[in-house]
Design a protein. Sequence first.
Length: 202
Amino acid sequence: MSSGLFITFDGPEGGGKTTQRELLSQKLKSLGYDVVDTREPGGTRLGKAIREWLLIPSDIKIAKHAEILLFMADRAQHIEEVVRPALNAGKIVLCDRYIDSTIAYQVGGRGLPLELMEQLNQISHQGLMPTRTYMLMVSPELGLERAQKKGRDEFLRGCIATPPTASVRSPATRRPWPSSARATSWRWRFSPARTAAIPRSR
């Protein structure tokens, strides 16, 4: 049984997930806690290779079912190699994106059935749920503007349904966030992306 803490940061593009994760990591380390910083996809050597596949040129089309299986392979390896060992050692794991991104982008963006996603998530993470998930909310327009300005590689194939401009016009990729939250509301904390600090737990 794990004795550590598993904290994830999620939300739309440009919401400040990485920034808040780094701030919390720095604070916890300054207090003497043993912290593991990681992300999905790309938190392992295999994950980095999968991330490259997800970033291949757009003229090479990856079928949406093949795409989600790549994400699931990344997660299974990540849990086995990084997250679970760290938790069993009593460490605090801070992860940039986890299962909620998969549901939001693959269901809302790619149109895959929610039931399928829940089954695949269960297989890949084997029941390992976060202790706490901080959801940093931002409008699609502002989020895309922020991410594009920073030149991030977060525009993974499948993270945005169709071209970015279409994503802004349609709220499809935003709807799954709150519905996912209701399913596991005990672990969620919401925060507007404009705030500088993570909200306090209650």
